[in-house]
Design a protein around this ligand. Sequence first.
Ligand SMILES: *Cc1c(COP(=O)(O)O)cnc(C)c1O
Length: 428
Amino acid sequence: MPPALLPDGYFSAGVEQTDPLIAQAIAREKTRTRDVIELIASENIVSRAVLEVQGSILTNKTVEGYPGKRYHAGGVNVDVIEQAAIDRACQLFGCRFANVQPHSGSQANHAVLHAVARPGETILSMNLNAGGHLSHGADANASSQWFRIVSYGVRANDGLIDYDEVIALARQHRPRLLIAGGSAYPRALDFAALRRAADAGGAKLLVDMAHFAGLVAGGAHESPFPHADIVTTTTYKSLRGPRGAIILWNDEALRKPINNAVFPGLQGTPSLHIVAGKAVALGEALQPSFAHYAQAVLANARALARRLQQHGFDLVGGGTDTPLMLVDLRAQGLTGAPAAQSLERAGIIANMNPIPSDAADLKVMSGLRFGLSGATTRGLGQAQVEQVGDLIAEVLEGLRSRSDDQAATESRVRAAVRDIVAPFPTYG
Ligand SMILES: *Cc1c(COP(=O)(O)O)cnc(C)c1O
């Protein structure tokens, strides 16, 4: 017998048989997500179809380049898939061009930076503490090493962007690119004012709509087009697709710079199984049900925001126009890390987050961020979301009062959460 080249069951066995460590961790993840309420703003729950294509044989295919212009043979089928993803993205967001290859939102933003600016040139963007994103020029991100970053923040009194400040900074610094959109900015952006700021400084305008793209797709939020020159979004937040991102724009003159910045500038071969997942998710977002979903996400986000305010919590920006909200815990004398940990023990999954001009240590932070994209996909409506708001308040009140029975509160809430989510199963 010649030595075996492949493990037993290579083409036939499932991971349960071949790799128990990984299979068991996945099984436990199924149980974990079944019994808790996921309020992490960056998460959602993809369809069975999106799951399926990501586990398909497309993972084996390598091509470089774009549909019809590949450097490897055998691209006939993946060209159909990538072109469908491009066409659907353009149809959904009403624009002329799309690049569907970025592996992540950060990659998409880096590609745009390199497409419109030379190293050392100026970028104007919202700082991380005000709710911006790492890839918009944060100190710890490579973007700040390549470009000169000038940043704007939010007003201390209301947590909102001061557009006059943005216009003044654009005039003064004449950036190549003005970036708007963030990871923790809950309110709608004034795209027309951002356009005026970009024009005042001779800049291109990039709107990174990662968190609210699903609302734009479903008509529950204004579109950044026609004001923005370029729009980026992750595909896995409110857009409810696979992990990754897309870049959208209208000007033919940007086609080569952007496509070349993605490949060969920053990436090599695209992940075609993920591109297929993007195509399927974009197809889902084009269906009428997605508009209802988008409305429900916004209604749920506003319902939770209101409920938390009724319980006395301060919301940065005073509420939300997006799937997410940011709770400022300072009035309760709490910080984000212990709050998120106690909530996790109570079955409510969220993340600590800095609030604007946060003075707390970065390891604890002063805020909590909640998002409703995933819970809405699961089927929770306003009645359940309000109950969840009451449970969040109960856990945080226990922490605030330094209750001796916090463990008992957590387990009581955990049981209540399980009862709330039990009628809403996901993948069967
Ligand atoms: C989530 C997010 C990204 C990107 O994230 P990756 O983790 O790189 O996929 C980019 N911009 C904004 C505003 C985001 O919220």
